[in-house]
Design a protein around this ligand. Sequence first.
Ligand code: MG
Length: 226
Amino acid sequence: MNLLLFDIDGTLILSGGAGFRAMTQAFADLYGPTDAFDGVELAGRTDTSIFQDALKKYDIPDDDGRLELFKSRYFELLPHEIGKTEGNKRIMPGVEPLLQRLVQLPNVALGLLTGNWEVSGRIKLGHFALAKYFSFGAFADDSAIRADLLPFAVARYEKQTGRCVQPEQVFVVGDTPADILCAKPHGAVSVAVAAAHYSADQLREHQPDYLFDDLQDASRFLAILR
Ligand SMILES: [Mg+2]
């Protein structure tokens, strides 16, 4: 079995800034500041930790309930933002044909490992009709720390199928150093894709097991599976 866990932003799709705009608006609606996430590093992080940084920036206590309130407002705003035709919004090259091939393979299961919350991740993928490929995953709802997410996805897969999976059967596919680093401590295989925020040279520094310029060469991708 090959358990493939895909990152969303920069790996499967680009939201054209919809996530950033909806988070910014949600923060403004709840707390006032209209530039809460300007200059904040977003790529590869969980939305929970990004939100917590913004609270800190304005000395707002991270009380119980604030995160849930923010998520609700963000989930209301995101469908509208992702519907706009602005920014660089698209499915990443090769993704759809690759998913179509992978989903037909009996020894492959497709999941998500993303810094998005589950609801917003599915809104983003749903906009591009890609949500149907992924029945389970690990999300920012599970932990603010991306490196802690992988076991949640594996546990959900095992619960859903009744099968056990070994660490070396788990592949983490993502576009940032954080994606590589969240595979390594768990003994999983890291597959870096240099199609969005980081160049191949930048990703190579973090020693991924495999490095792709994009996901257009489906045959090469299939060849790394066991
Ligand atoms: Mg990403």
